[in-house]
Design a protein around this ligand. Structure first.
Ligand SMILES: [Zn+2]
Length: 364
């Protein structure tokens, strides 16, 4: 009898998920089949679900996934780090995959921007091998994916956000060149911002200032390395800029990081920087995020402005190392603050979309 698995299918934006069964075939030599133990709802899943950005449908959303190896292709021997892989090992993997020619990978060391790169949670469920997203019983790991074995003592709650949120923030903070003694402003204290605060501290930041409008997030950010937080709704723009700059004497912050997803936050963040400051955009994932910016301010103040999208496979390795070495200092497991079954995916998305939960986990 053919083995089957369940998937919560995303038929169209703003419509309920439908649970359907699909066949689970044996793996090809360069593939791995994983039995999903947990996946989490990323903000970008919500953008897709609400129709703010195009995503193939019907499909399976979800790219923050961990699970145990159910079947291992005969050519898959080691993970990215050289650890031997075996059936029943728990693994995470890069949220994107690409194989074949890529000048971006070979010349520019940006495999994540290879032409034709594909991402988990962005494929049609009707096509073989059906299972290429997080909200399902199974997921195939296809050739060109970086696989990473998980240590036994990391929990699923700590491990699931590694391959999107945490690795992305390793990439963003690397691009920001946070150094010992840096002062860092983080705009947006969702999962990306909380990890951003914690990684900034781990990279040696002297002072981390977190900005958001959700009271719970301002208080939890203190547990994730933010030295001070400001509620952006409690003051006007000039007051906010002055308050942040006062925390970074003598003339403003070294680094600004946007992970709130609002284009309007960028000019405000840049105003908090000192001359020679650096600003990284990490959250404007939707098209048409137009910024109204005074180019003369960028010129006069020698501002470096960078965009960061996705991450290099090395950042996933570093994400795991960061969490393993700082899990006593920061309560990473608390970020995943709610759990739902596959059948409860509609409720999970509603709660995640209205921000009444920080990171919703699906345990199939
Ligand atoms: Zn994501």
């Amino acid at each position: 009898m053919t083995k089957t698995g369940r998937a919560a299918v995303y038929d169209a934006p703003n419509t309920p998920f439908a649970i359907r069964n699909y066949p689970v075939r044996d793996v090809e030599p360069n593939e791995v089949l994983v039995r999903i133990t947990m996946s989490t709802i990323c903000r970008s899943d919500i953008h897709s679900y609400l129709g703010h950005r195009p995503n193939p449908c019907p499909g399976i959303l979800g790219h923050e996934i961990v699970g145990v190896i159910d079947q291992l292709g005969e050519n898959i021997i080691h993970d990215m780090r050289g650890d031997k892989l075996a059936v029943d090992d728990r693994v995470t993997w890069t949220e994107f995959f690409h194989h074949g020619e890529s000048h971006y990978r070979d010349i520019h060391d940006m495999p994540q921007k290879s032409p034709g790169v594909r991402k988990y949670g962005h494929d049609l469920v009707a096509d073989d091998p059906h299972f290429l997203g997080g909200f399902a019983d199974y997921c195939y790991i296809l050739p060109g994916t970086g696989i990473l074995k998980l240590p036994d003592d990391i929990s699923d709650e700590e491990a699931t956000p590694l391959n999107c949120g945490v690795a992305t923030m390793i990439s963003v903070t690397e691009a920001a060149e946070i150094d010992i003694g840096s002062t860092v402003v983080v705009q947006g204290l969702g999962l990306l911002g909380l990890y951003g605060c914690a990684i900034a501290k781990a990279r040696g930041a002297r002072r981390v200032i977190g900005l958001d409008s959700v009271a719970d997030r301002l208080s939890i950010a203190r547990k994730f390395g933010a030295d001070v937080t400001f509620d952006i709704d409690k003051m006007d723009e000039d007051e906010l800029v002055s308050a942040v700059r006062a925390e970074c004497p003598p003339d403003g912050a070294d680094i600004g990081i946007e992970v709130c997803g609002h284009a309007g936050a960028v000019p405000v963040g840049i105003r908090t920087l000192r001359i020679g400051g650096r600003y990284v955009i990490g959250g404007l994932v939707n098209p048409n995020s137009t910024i109204n910016l005074d180019g003369n301010l960028i010129l006069r103040n020698w501002i470096t402005l960078k965009g960061v999208h996705n991450y290099h496979p090395r950042h996933l390795v570093q994400a795991l190392d960061f969490v393993m070495s700082h899990r006593d200092q920061f309560p990473f497991a608390d970020i995943v603050d709610s759990k739902f079954s596959l059948d409860e995916l509609d409720e999970a998305f509603a709660r995640a979309a209205d921000r009444s939960v920080l990171r919703a986990a699906i345990v199939p």
